[in-house]
Write a protein that binds this ligand. Structure first.
Ligand code: GLV
Ligand code: MN
Ligand code: MN
Length: 379
């Protein structure tokens, strides 16, 4: 964790800005290659930009662990990197005790898990599994208008090669992602995930007419800002009533003059909850009279029960659900037996520079992951 601590760190906020395919992300990808090489693991980048480091030739389906290295804007040090770093550490621990896996063991770094730049989360695993059509991914744009296909081409990747990748999928017999827990639900060092809440992102466009802030009478205005402000308050009310979560964390005002009525307020709603019907109800009620597009939707994921119970039994760990999205959820939905190990988060803070996990709990996470990999790779 220390070797990557400075990569993409914003000196002012102390948070990480590791957008997919940014210079920070490219540096982290190089770090991953180096970590694989230092351990003589075979490095492969798949057609969708995900990185794989294999211990043993992946000629039969293997056991895969890992996570992601990109971050939300001003994210913490742990969300993603903890799972990748722990994977390399677990391999070191297994080797130190002379273990030789009976099946291939892979470490993956999924590309663009957070969707901070192009809006859609888990792009790498969605493309790999075919959950997201390649055509849609190629056309995703960042806030500066760069299309993902242009960004990939500029990095020497082939946008035409994006899409469901049977060969890579065939190498994943099962997937175990270690991740920092993102709430205060875990009171012991490690836990095992039961499920991921259904969740999605929607873009709401409130349109109006640009005009002068000093000369336009209130009665003459077509100002989209009050409608947006009402939607924020209404989302909060609905969320409380329905027992779900609703967040507006990103908003863009056009043209963005302090002395002009805006022509557009574009706002991004993130909504999640334990019950899909209630999340959908919130979005439907909130957006009745608004231009809205769904940018991503992930139905509830229930992790493979035998695998979950095997991990919980091996580790003597509690089982808990989460409201955070993960690549493990995308793989699970695509039929790959998947599980997650959570490392305690003492404050519950995440997607923030203040995200933290105790070093001793991180060590316990590595030990737990090594125990699990040893068991799963025995036969
Ligand atoms: C990913 O961290 C998400 O839950 O949005
Ligand atoms: Mn995250
Ligand atoms: Mn994450």
């Amino acid at each position: 964790m220390e070797t990557i601590a400075d990569i993409g760190r914003n000196a002012r906020t102390g948070g990480y800005r590791r957008d997919a395919w940014s210079s920070a992300d490219l540096e982290l990808r190089e770090w991953f290659r180096g970590a694989a090489a230092a351990r003589r693991l075979d490095l492969d980048e798949d057609r969708n930009g995900n990185l794989w480091a294999w211990w043993g030739s992946p000629t039969v389906p293997g056991v895969v662990t890992g996570s992601h290295l990109d971050s939300v804007r001003d994210g913490g040090a742990f969300d993603g990197p903890l799972g990748v770093v722990s994977a390399f550490q677990a391999v070191d621990a297994l080797r130190a005790r002379g273990f030789r896996p009976a099946r291939p063991l892979g470490i993956v770094c999924f590309t663009d898990e957070e969707g901070a730049r192009f809006g859609v989360p888990c792009v790498g695993s969605r493309l790999l599994t075919g959950v997201m059509p390649a055509e849609r991914a190629r056309g995703l744009t960042d806030d500066d208008g760069n299309r993902l296909e242009e960004v990939l081409a500029a990095q020497g990747r082939s946008p035409a090669a994006l899409g469901r990748d049977e060969e890579t999928l065939g190498r994943i017999g099962m997937f175990v992602e270690l991740h920092v827990e993102q709430g205060r639900a875990l009171a012991v060092p490690v836990g095992v995930a039961s499920a991921i809440w259904p969740h999605g992102r929607w873009r709401l466009d409130f349109r109006g007419r640009a005009d002068h802030a000093g000369t336009t009478a209130l009665s003459d205005r077509d100002d989209p800002m009050p409608a947006y402000a009402s939607a924020v308050l209404r989302a909060r009310e609905l969320a409380e009533r329905l027992g779900v979560l609703a967040t507006f964390g990103k908003v863009r005002v056009e043209p963005g003059n302090a002395n002009a009525i805006p022509s557009l307020v574009a706002a991004w709603l993130d909504a999640r909850g334990p019950e899909e019907a209630k999340v959908r109800r919130l979005v439907d009620e909130l957006t009745q009279d608004t231009d809205v597009i769904c940018e991503s939707w992930t139905p509830e994921v229930a992790f493979d029960v035998p695998l979950r119970d095997r991990l919980a039994g091996l580790l003597g760990a509690p089982v808990l659900p989460t409201g955070a999205g993960h690549d493990a959820g995308i793989l699970a939905s695509a039929g790959v037996p998947s599980a997650m190990i959570f490392v305690r988060n003492p404050t519950g803070v995440s997607h923030s520079p203040a995200e933290f996990a105790e070093p001793a709990d991180c060590e316990a996470g590595v030990a737990a992951l090594a125990t699990v990999l040893e068991d799963l790779c025995r036969a």
